[in-house]
Design a protein around this ligand. Sequence first.
Ligand SMILES: NC(=O)c1ccc[n+]([C@@H]2O[C@H](COP(=O)([O-])OP(=O)(O)OC[C@H]3O[C@@H](n4cnc5c(N)ncnc54)[C@H](O)[C@@H]3O)[C@@H](O)[C@H]2O)c1
Length: 356
Amino acid sequence: MEKTIAVIRGDYSSREFVKETLRVLDRIAEKYGHTFHYVDAAMGGDAIDQYGEPLPEAELEKCRKSDSVLLGSVGGPKWDDMPGDRRPEKGLLKLRAGMGLYSNARPATIWPQLAPASPLRSDIAANGIDFIIIRELTGGVYFGDHKTENYGTEDVATDIMTYSEHEIRRIGKIGFETARKRRKKLTSVDKANVLDTSRLWRKIMHELKEEYPDVEYEDMLVDNCAMQIVKNPAQFDVIVTENMFGDILSDEASMITGSIGMIPSSSLGDTTVGVYEPIHGSAPDIAGKNIVNPTACILSAAMMLRYSFNMAEEADAIEAAVGAVLDKGFRTADNQSDGCTVLGTTEITDKILEEL
Ligand SMILES: NC(=O)c1ccc[n+]([C@@H]2O[C@H](COP(=O)([O-])OP(=O)(O)OC[C@H]3O[C@@H](n4cnc5c(N)ncnc54)[C@H](O)[C@@H]3O)[C@@H](O)[C@H]2O)c1
């Protein structure tokens, strides 16, 4: 197969782990007879330096025209003093909106080899953590009107939270479809005891569940869900929720797996063209030292192969190679534990390539 991949190399350590990820994709192309064309697109600090803005239209267009986007991470201290609308992270919002990406998926999976690194009690971690959070990405309070007004004696700030039926239905469907491909359990998270947006959310989800009788469905309030994720994460298969709840819960879920350097993510809309990126940032504190863990980005590329290119075997091969490297006791510094061999960014990728 022939695919065009827009590559956003990002800032600071991102440039190191994206480079390693492309080596893995090259190996997959060679092994399975595919051709991947890489088109560089600038975003974040890199784009600010080159063009004065975090995602120029021409760079966004390269992403839209591609078969999918591999994104590193953007931002860092060099651009921290930029005004709000010119900061590197603004590029992310423009990319999501510009490509119509309304659904973000983040797996929370514990690699058994890394279970000791989980902050959870060992008996809870040992039960297994293997769920996905599907987060609505373009609606809710982050996209509502924001304003701060002065009422004489004090400022008053307002953020508007809005959801329409069609926004809820399309993300709800992705939740059910994802559950169908996994262990067939869907937890819909809301705050229906307080919020109107959540009551509408629940109504639509209840309509949808009639179309998916094979999927076990439950409603859960967001505060309870935050507790259950640390108390008994093994109960979850797929969680679907709105933008802000998903933002917070997915960070909580990634922490319990023990390593921020291992977690990929995907963002999709109505087409198969998605954006695939590690959940972590550009790790500016360790840039240029060849110690950043490239695995989350490499696993993001595997998700791209699986979900956008329908290359399940190739994705399985990458995930198996990562598992085999961990089994042999090779780690990057962020995951080190007694008896393991600590390798640099390039060297751990060499090991993954050997397995492939
Ligand atoms: N999607 C994105 O592009 C994205 C996401 C989060 C943060 N950021 C940006 O990244 C910059 C740095 O943010 P931050 O420091 O809060 O978060 P960060 O995720 O970059 O780093 C947090 C800590 O985790 C470590 N770390 C992160 N990823 C690692 C990896 N793969 N291997 C080893 N260690 C790793 C870092 O060294 C740091 O100590 C900021 O400008 C922030 O806005 C971008």
